[in-house]
Design a protein around this ligand. Structure first.
Ligand SMILES: [Zn+2]
Ligand SMILES: [Zn+2]
Length: 480
């Protein structure tokens, strides 16, 4: 019914770099500028949750800024609108970390109200507020807001169009009509998720399930979830029922697209959101194999491998009993599914992050993260030169350490291979921060010590510790 409303022209605004930083330092303003720019990019690509995230971060630095408030309001309205117009059968899925469309519209309204207070002469403020009110079905109030806007600019085309749309929407809302498509029964629903079949797989016993639902169920045993027949199929070899999929797609095109987006939402989480493997402290520049056998992690790995191959690796902090605050992103560089459903994977650790918040998703943790970097002396300064020199010298020590270790291990093939693998991970010396982590991977340290290395933001200090570790390693003749 109201699918034309708010119009798709509802858009976000950009900063220009010559905007006055107003009491902010140039660096802080630069940071706000970047956050808004990233938010807008996410908005344009319809990744609203991510966009909201960026705007909220910008807002926490520069609160009461009309551009940030307006853009976030637009994003809330868009995502609320999206979830309100889904069909009823898929509405059990909770959008945006549990927020329902009404709450989202209310958040959009709150930002728009602030915006009207701040900029009572801007048409956009009134439009946003009216859109939010319409989503909340407060048509009378929406009308008042549009009329107030028309007092500011009686010739505004967008306000006039909105008024016309509003009349149409509010008159049709009395007799809620459906999308004009025949109601469907549940013949094409998956008995596991009770939603329209997505990528349907038909088992030899003749039952059909969503591909992801079937394999999630099979993580706990190789039987058909419906009739308990033992199944000899695996995600790798089993194919989708093409005919069934075509029939579903042809008959319920909109709903199928929604199911695809829903599925996609579990795989592509956005740049600052990561699924977590809770195991140990990993620091950047490590490479090692791992066996994945727990059902919840099998599901997680399947989703990761459909997406960007990345996850976070984190330890439970023994002092608090909850997730440690700092952790590291790893990339799955190789993934071999075993016939019994387990995975053998190889991973390389990349960047460290701080966990802002985390939540449960189908049995595993997902976290919103903030990427961490050392505080570097700027390029071209004396301090930077000193750090570079320290890095170069430390690299020399590391090379001779590896040389001696290889010599000592010349009859131990496995140890030699491990040393070669560590050596191959050595980053460029032009990146002292990465190098400092790599240096620390040469020795075996306790989890708490590795956690400290993630925590500190001083490259010099990390290199210093790495060198001490190396010395202790040699004195203790400990083998990595
Ligand atoms: Zn399903
Ligand atoms: Zn069956």
């Amino acid at each position: 019914m109201a699918s034309q409303f708010p119009p798709s022209s509802l858009d976000v605004h950009d900063y220009t770099l010559d905007n006055e930083p107003e009491g902010l330092s140039w660096d802080t303003f630069r940071c706000v500028y970047e956050l808004v720019r990233n938010g807008n990019a996410a908005f344009q690509e319809n990744r609203m949750e991510e966009a909201i995230n960026f705007y909220s971060r910008a807002n926490s630095i520069k609160s009461g800024d009309p551009i940030i408030l307006g853009n976030r309001s637009a994003a809330y309205i868009r995502i609320s609108q999206f979830f309100m117009h889904r069909t009823s059968s898929s509405s059990e899925c909770s959008p945006l970390s549990g927020l329902d469309p009404t709450t989202l519209a209310e958040l959009g309204l709150k930002d728009a109200e602030r915006l009207v207070e701040l900029q009572s002469n801007s048409i956009r403020s009134y439009l946003l507020m009216a859109y939010a009110l319409i989503l909340l079905e407060k048509y009378e109030k929406a009308r008042d807001v549009i009329l107030s806007g028309l007092q500011v600019d009686p010739f505004s085309i967008s306000l006039r169009t909105s008024l016309q749309n509003l009349e149409r929407v509010s008159s049709s809302s009395t007799g809620r009509s459906t999308h004009g498509q025949p109601e469907r029964n549940d013949d094409f629903d998956c008995t596991l998720c009770l939603k329209l079949l997505h990528e349907p797989v038909t088992t030899p016993c003749g039952h059909s399930f969503c591909r992801s639902c079937l394999f999630q169920s099979m993580d706990c045993g190789n039987r058909c979830p419906l009739c308990r027949t033992v199944l000899f199929i695996s995600p790798r070899t089993c194919s989708i029922s093409v005919t069934l999929k075509n029939i579903i797609q042809k008959n319920f095109p909109e709903e199928y697209v929604e199911r695809e987006q829903e599925h996609d939402g579990l795989i592509n989480l956005g740049v600052d959101t990561l699924p977590l493997f809770v195991m140990d402290v990993v620091i950047p520049c490590q490479r090692f194999p791992l066996n994945i056998f727990e059902p919840r992690y099998r599901l997680m790995v399947r989703r990761i491998m459909e997406g960007n191959h990345r996850m976070g690796m984190v330890i439970i902090d023994s002092s608090t009993g909850s997730l440690a605050e700092f952790a590291c992103e790893v990339e799955i560089t190789e993934c071999e599914p075993l016939p019994d459903g387990r995975f053998y994977i190889e991973i390389e650790s990349r960047r460290r992050f701080r966990i802002i918040r985390s939540w449960d998703q189908d049995g595993y943790r997902v976290a919103e993260v903030e990427w961490m970097q050392d505080i570097m002396p700027p390029e071209g300064t004396r301090d930077r030169d000193i750090l570079q020199e320290l890095t170069n010298n430390a690299a020399e020590s590391a090379r001779s350490y590896v040389g001696r270790a290889k010599e000592a291990a010349r009859h131990d093939q496995r140890r030699l291979e491990r040393l070669a693998s560590v050596e191959a991970m050595m980053p460029s010396l032009r990146d002292p921060e990465r190098f400092s982590f790599w240096l620390a991977t040469l020795s075996n340290r306790r989890p708490s010590e590795r956690l400290d290395l993630l925590h500190i933001r001083d490259t010099t200090e990390r290199i210093r510790r790495g060198l001490i570790f190396l010395r202790q390693e040699e004195q203790g003749c400990r083998i990595q």
